[in-house]
Write a protein that binds this ligand. Structure first.
Ligand SMILES: Nc1ncnc2c1ncn2[C@@H]1O[C@H](COP(=O)(O)OP(=O)(O)O)[C@@H](O)[C@H]1O
Ligand SMILES: [Mg+2]
Length: 454
C-alpha cells in the first residue's frame, strides 16, 4: 500500500512537471508569434505605408505647383512677358521622382486599383499643361484660357483627388496597423502576466508534490529499515533455536560415541563419528551464515591481531597442508567492524586457502597483506592454489556455490558468510584469479580511527 502511494505520488510529480514543461513551450511559441506580428506591422508602417504617404504628398505638392504655375504663366503672358519653362521642368522632375519612388514600394491589397486614376489623370494633365504653354508662347491667350478651363485645371483636380484617395488609403493602413500593434501588445502583456502567475502556481504545486513524495519516501525507507531490523532479530532467534535444538542432541550423541570408543568398539566409533562431525560442522556453517545476516555488532578490530590469531588457530592445518603463511605485509590498521565478525571473515578465507591449496602440486604459499588508503582498509589473501574458473568470480560468493570437482568438504556457505558480514560492515568483497595459478581474495572495509590513548 505504501509502495503504491509512493509510485502514484512520483507519477503525479512526473505528470505535473511534464505538463509545466509542455505549457511553457506552448506559451513561449505563442509569445514569439505575437512579437513577430508586432515586428511585421512595425516594418510595414515604417517601410511601406509611411514612405508611400511621404512620396504621394510630394507628388501632390508638385502637381499643385504646376497648376499654380500655369495661372502665373497666363498672367505674365497677358502682360507680354516671355514664358519660363524651366520652372515647370523642375516641378515635373520632382513629380516623377516621387512617383517612381512610390511605385518602387509594394502595394497593399486594393491599392493598385486606387492608383490607376492618378496615372491616367497626371498624364493628361501634363499634356494639357504643355498645350497651354504652347498656346501662351504663341500669344493665343483666348485658346490658352479655354484649354486651361476645360483641360488643365479639371485634369489637375482629378489627379489631385485620386492622389488624396491613395494617401487616405495609406494613412488608413497606418491607423489599422497601429491599432493592431496596440491590441497585440495588450494581449501580450496580459498573457505574460498570466503566465507569471501560472508559473508561481505551478512552482507551488511542484513544491507541494515533491515534499509529499519525499515524505512518503522517507516513511517507506523507515518502514524498510524497521522491517530489516525485525528480520535480523528473527534470524538471530532462528539461529539460537537451531543451536539449541540441534546442537544439544548432537552433543549428547558425541558423548555416547565417546563411550563407544572407550569400550574399544573402534569400528562402530569410526562409522558413526564421521557423519556426526560432518553434521556438526554443517550446523556451525549454517549458524554462522544465519548470524552473518543479523545486525552487525558495532566495534573496532585491529587487522594484524586478528590475522595473527587466525594463523595461530589454523597452524596445524597449515602444517598438514605443507603451506607457509606470510603475514609480514599486514599492517596493524584498525577497521570499523567487530572483532568477532572480522575473525570469522579472516578464518573463512584462510581456511579456504589451506583447504584448496592441497589440490595443487608445487609451491604452497599464502600471503596476507593489509593497508589503509583513503579511509578504506584493503585486506588481500593471495594463495598459490588451484584458482577459480573464469566467470565464477561473483558466483563463489553465492550461498551453496561449490566448485565443480572440489574434493574438499564443505557446504558452499563460507564465502557467502564472508560477503554478508563484510557488506553489513559497509565493505565489499571480490576475487582475482587465474585458473591453475592461484587466487587473491580481497576485502575492503571502512577504516576506524585508532583507540584514544590513555
Ligand atoms: N582459495 C580458494 N582457491 C580456490 N577455490 C576457492 C578458494 N576459496 C573458495 N574457492 C571456491 O569457492 C567455492 C565456495 O567457497 P565457500 O563458500 O567457502 O564454500 P566451501 O568452502 O564450503 O566449498 C569453493 O567450493 C571453491 O570452489
Ligand atoms: Mg569454505
Amino acid at each position: 500500500m505504501a509502495g503504491f502511494a509512493g509510485t502514484s505520488s512520483i507519477g503525479r510529480l512526473f505528470a505535473a512537471t511534464t505538463l509545466a514543461v509542455v505549457m511553457f513551450i506552448i506559451a513561449n511559441a505563442y509569445l514569439a508569434r505575437e512579437s513577430r506580428s508586432i515586428e511585421r506591422f512595425g516594418e510595414s508602417v515604417s517601410e511601406n505605408a509611411g514612405p508611400s504617404v511621404v512620396q504621394l504628398t510630394a507628388v501632390h505638392a508638385a502637381l499643385q505647383n504646376m497648376t499654380a504655375g500655369v495661372g502665373l504663366a497666363f498672367n505674365s503672358a497677358a502682360e507680354g512677358h516671355p514664358i519660363d519653362r524651366s520652372f515647370f521642368a523642375e516641378d515635373d522632375g520632382r513629380l516623377h521622382a516621387a512617383l517612381s519612388a512610390y511605385l518602387a514600394l509594394p502595394f497593399y491589397p486594393g491599392e493598385q486599383a486606387l492608383y490607376r486614376p492618378i496615372d491616367e489623370n497626371i498624364d493628361t494633365f501634363e499634356r494639357a499643361v504643355d498645350r497651354t504653354l504652347v498656346l501662351l508662347e504663341r500669344g493665343a491667350l483666348k485658346d490658352a484660357r479655354t484649354t486651361m478651363r476645360s483641360e488643365t485645371i479639371p485634369f489637375g483636380l482629378r489627379a489631385s483627388a485620386a492622389l488624396k484617395r491613395v494617401i487616405d488609403f495609406d494613412v488608413a493602413q497606418i491607423t489599422r496597423m497601429s491599432g493592431e500593434m496596440i491590441s497585440v501588445r495588450r494581449r501580450f502583456s496580459f498573457f505574460s502576466y498570466g503566465l507569471d502567475v501560472l508559473a508561481v502556481l505551478v512552482a507551488l504545486v511542484l513544491i507541494l508534490l515533491t515534499s509529499r513524495a519525499l515524505t512518503i519516501y522517507s516513511r517507506l525507507a523507515e518502514e524498510r529499515r524497521l522491517r530489516a531490523e525485525r528480520r535480523a532479530g528473527e534470524l538471530e532467534q532462528f539461529a539460537g533455536r537451531i543451536a539449541h535444538d540441534l546442537k544439544n542432541p548432537l552433543g549428547a550423541l558425541s558423548l555416547r560415541l565417546e563411550v563407544v570408543r572407550r569400550r574399544h568398539d573402534e569400528e562402530t566409533f569410526s562409522r558413526l563419528s564421521q557423519p556426526v562431525q560432518s553434521m556438526n560442522s554443517m550446523i556451525d556453517d549454517l549458524l554462522d551464515f544465519a548470524l552473518s545476516g543479523a545486525r552487525p555488532q558495532p566495534g573496532t578490530a585491529n587487522i594484524r591481531e586478528v590475522v595473527d590469531e587466525a594463523i595461530a588457530m589454523l597452524r596445524e592445518e597449515a602444517a598438514s597442508a605443507e603451506t607457509t603463511v606470510d603475514a609480514s605485509a599486514c599492517e596493524p590498521v584498525n577497521v570499523a567492524c567487530s572483532r568477532g565478525a572480522l575473525t570469522s571473515v579472516i578464518t573463512n578465507l584462510l581456511h579456504n586457502a589451506l583447504k584448496f591449496i592441497v589440490e595443487k602440486s608445487g609451491e604452497r604459499k599464502i600471503t596476507i597483506r593489509a593497508g589503509e588508503r583513503g579511509g578504506r582498509v584493503r585486506v588481500e589473501m593471495e594463495d598459490t592454489g588451484p584458482g577459480i574458473p573464469p566467470g565464477t568470480e561473483r558466483s563463489v560468493f553465492e550461498p551453496f556455490f561449490r566448485g565443480a570437482g572440489s574434493k574438499a568438504g564443505g557446504f558452499g556457505l563460507g564465502l557467502a558468510t564472508v560477503r554478508r558480514i563484510v557488506e553489513a560492515c559497509g565493505g565489499s568483497v571480490g576475487v582475482e584469479s587465474r585458473l591453475g595459478q592461484g587466487s587473491t581474495f580481497f576485502v575492503e572495509l571502512p577504516a576506524a580511527p585508532p583507540p584514544a590513548s590513555e
